[in-house]
Write a protein that binds this ligand. Structure first.
Ligand code: SAM
Length: 232
């Protein structure tokens, strides 16, 4: 069975799309998209041989080799210009997602929907979108098996729009997510409280440290905690 996380991403894809899922591993997301008739066709991209092979097997077992093309290669190198209208990148760190988008930036022209699910460092992804002409258009946050996931959707458009006329400044909204902030869901609150607890633990560990690095770190942690206090 597909995870709630992948299903949520899949259900955000526009009906009738042609989708590239980069870092597809077992190709569960493309399988779901084709079986549910959300996507017409998919490309499953994988840079590593093991996961690529797992994807090939999954697609064969599902009888979907005519609809899902499994390709071995780095990031967006597996898609040709204009070949897909939607790109999904899920289950990696935000900086890896941003670097995949950056390295394949020329492949993004003609793409009408990006769905990105950074496991960590979502703010790096929001910032990348802001600086590269993509408008953050939707955000979701969900918890599964005790882990909290964020999903970001972006479309070509006015990248500053989601951050305009809000009650918080740009930097704060990049950190938390403008739509998530607006929604103020219990899951977001839980995530912030968890982060606060981690920072408090770091602060506790550092309390007797006296090196200049430790002093610097202490000030950083103090600053972040004060910020979190304000946001929660
Ligand atoms: N997308 C799936 C999901 O969300 O469940 C799989 C996530 S898995 C943790 C991350 C996958 O990304 C791994 O299979 C890894 O091989 C692949 N990957 C990492 N860097 C990549 C890159 N530059 N291009 C393509 N795939 C990459």
């Amino acid at each position: 069975e597909i995870s709630k996380r992948l299903q949520t991403i899949g259900d955000m894809v526009k009906k009738g799309s042609i989708v590239a899922d980069i870092g597809s591993d077992h190709a569960y997301l493309p399988t779901y998209l084709v079986q549910k008739r959300i996507a017409l066709r998919c490309i499953a991209g994988e840079v590593n041989y093991g996961p690529w092979q797992a994807a090939v097997r999954q697609v064969q077992a599902a009888g979907l080799t005519d609809k899902i093309d499994v390709r071995l290669g780095d990031g967006l190198a597996v898609v040709a210009l204009g070949e897909v209208d939607t790109i999904c990148i899920a289950g990696m760190g935000g900086s890896l997602i941003a670097s995949i988008l950056e390295a394949g930036a020329e492949k993004l022209s003609g793409v009408s929907q990006l769905l990105l699910q950074p496991n960590v460092a979502a703010p790096i992804v929001r910032r990348w979108l802001l600086e590269h002409g993509f408008q953050l258009s939707r955000e979701k946050i969900l918890e599964e098996d005790g882990i909290i996931y964020e999903i970001l959707e972006a479309v070509p458009g006015d990248p500053i729009l989601p951050y305009r006329n809000r009650d918080k400044k740009l930097e704060d909204l990049l950190e938390i997510g403008p739509y998530l902030w607006e929604e103020k869901s219990p899951v977001l609150r839980k995530k912030l409280v968890q982060e606060q607890e981690k920072l408090k633990a770091v602060q506790h560990q550092l309390q007797y440290a006296k090196s200049p690095e430790a002093e610097h770190k202490k000030r950083e942690v103090q600053k972040k905690l004060a910020w979190m206090e304000e946001m929660i």
